[in-house]
Design a protein around this ligand. Structure first.
Ligand code: SF4
Ligand code: SF4
Length: 482
């Protein structure tokens, strides 16, 4: 039997089934242990140090106890702590991005995804470079600066050369004042060689969802194709880091397996990356199984109600305070509104989850990967965020300044990142308002910026940020950053 070892490079040792089951039992045994729960919450609380605010985070065992606890006042305290941590490290900023689907050709058999090979009636599409160009122009014209490219796995139709060519095209387009400044990549597990090529192409984060950490379920849910290989998939982030990619994004598809198992597996994966590479995941995504073409989410009997989903998000925020958390338009406006306060730091806006969707007048449904619950335009989402007291941010500065991986994390861990994030959010929001916003959003946005500029603690940074905001308003000068 495999022994748990977070430093191991073998999937069955760093995501260890026996350790997960033991952790679930430990959490169950301690879910009413108020003293232990209080001590875990105390440990996780942000602390002031001479360098700034720091947070210790939690082990998967400690976090599992919080997740199991049902004592109402403790659950309330968890939510409050998640919000406190969110505000300490991310302030009221929310980073915006959009997915861009390049191709839905796929040789895998994932039973929860309509792009699976056996689906013969879904329209298969692969964007030409001209179509990539048109999609990117449409996205730039909305105001997006940060994309996550998505593609099925198909070595014939979507080889790595195709993905690299698309990235090159995306970075080369500057329509009016538009630019895509960070391309994150969500493609199938691949070789160290290919990860090196992605690194050379200048990608931001490499994102790969584990889908489920439960090996037996994984093998059933991925019956055919290269993705069937659980170990190869689970060890992909180690190969990506070996290939030089500093920022990796984890995620599970909640609803496939029991949430406690997934939650612990996710945190063990984060601990493994920290133990081996000295840097944890850059982001964690929290998608839930949704309806799509030939996929009925009701057939997966592990779906989680909203209340538990919110608790999972709060507990992840407490356990890994420095990791960005992403929620997509799979979720409704109402739920997205709630979880922004519990730790989400990035959201997508105006997403089209089909290949070529951004250039269509109407949202196309014939090649969607999942139904989009939140169907608002980017301007509506930005307007809504401002109304709720958040600062929509289009910032990509860290990546562009080489602040990735451990350099990013060490800045983040001392709280120094906030001297960059806040002014950068305000400057990039100004760009958005000047170039793309409706009159109403402009009015509210500029009022927010004026108020928020005064909160920049460092006098010099405040002065520079104010000058830059004015320069953006008065000219076509763009891309200021700290
Ligand atoms: S989840 Fe990804 S790998 Fe699986 S069928 Fe869909 S596109 Fe293909
Ligand atoms: S400064 Fe860095 S961490 Fe802050 S919002 Fe911009 S890219 Fe993200």
């Amino acid at each position: 039997m495999a022994i748990y070892n977070p430093k191991s490079l073998k999937a069955e040792e760093f995501i260890n089934d026996a350790e997960i089951l033991d952790t679930i039992a430990y959490a169950e045994a301690n879910k009413n242990n108020a003293e232990l729960i209080d001590s875990i919450l105390d440990k996780a609380r942000p602390k002031k140090t001479p360098e700034g605010i720091t947070c210790s985070g939690l082990s998967h065992r400690e976090a599992a106890v919080l997740l199991a606890c049902e004592i109402p006042e403790k659950v309330h305290a968890m939510r409050a702590l998640a919000e406190e941590i969110k505000l300490s490290f991310y302030g009221n900023r929310i980073v915006m991005f959009a997915p861009l689907y390049l191709s839905n050709y796929c040789v895998n058999g994932c039973v929860y995804c309509p792009y699976h090979l056996k689906n013969k009636h879904i329209a298969r599409k692969k964007l030409t470079q001209e179509e990539v160009r048109n999609e990117v122009i449409a996205l730039q014209d909305m105001g997006h600066k940060r994309l996550a490219i998505e593609s099925g796995e198909d070595p014939v139709n979507n080889p790595i050369e195709y993905i690299l060519e698309c990235i090159k095209t995306i970075y080369s387009i500057n329509h009016k004042n538009g630019a895509i400044r960070r391309v994150n990549v969500n493609i199938a597990a691949t070789t160290v060689e290919n990860y090196k090529k992605l690194k050379e192409a200048g990608i931001g984060t490499y994102i790969l969802f584990q889908e489920t950490y439960h090996k037996e379920s994984y093998l059933e849910l991925h019956p055919t194709g290269p993705k069937h290989d659980y170990d190869y998939h689970t060890e992909a982030m180690d190969r990506a880091m070996e290939g030089g990619i500093d920022d990796v994004g984890l995620g599970v598809l909640f609803g496939l397996e029991k949430y406690k198992y997934e939650f612990i597996g996710l945190l063990m994966h984060a601990e493994h990356l920290e133990a081996v590479h000295g840097v944890g995941p850059h982001t964690i995504s929290v998608p839930r199984v949704k309806r799509a073409d030939d996929i009925d989410p009701d057939v997966f009997d592990n779906s989680i109600p909203d209340e538990m989903f919110e608790k999972i998000i709060a507990c992840i925020r407490i356990a890994v305070p420095y990791t960005g958390m992403i929620i997509s338009t799979r979720e409704s406006e109402e739920l997205r509104g709630k979880v922004l306060n519990l730790g989400i730091s990035q959201i997508s806006g105006a997403s089209r989850t089909s290949v070529g969707g951004y250039t269509e007048e109407e949202r196309p449904h014939d090649s969607e990967q999942f139904d989009v619950s939140d169907q608002r335009t980017l301007d509506e989402v930005v307007n809504w965020l401002i109304d709720k007291g958040h600062i929509p941010s289009f910032c990509t500065a860290c990546y562009r300044e080489g602040r990735t991986g451990d350099r990013f994390m060490s800045l983040c861990k001392t709280g120094a990142i906030q001297n960059c994030c806040h002014p950068n959010a305000l400057m990039t929001l100004t760009e958005y308002l000047v170039d793309y916003a409706s009159d109403d959003t402009k009015q509210k946005g500029f009022a927010l910026i004026e108020k928020e500029l005064e909160k920049i603690p460092n006098e010099k940074a405040r002065r520079i940020a104010k000058e830059n905001v004015e320069a953006i308003k008065a000219s076509d000068r763009r891309d200021f950053r700290f």
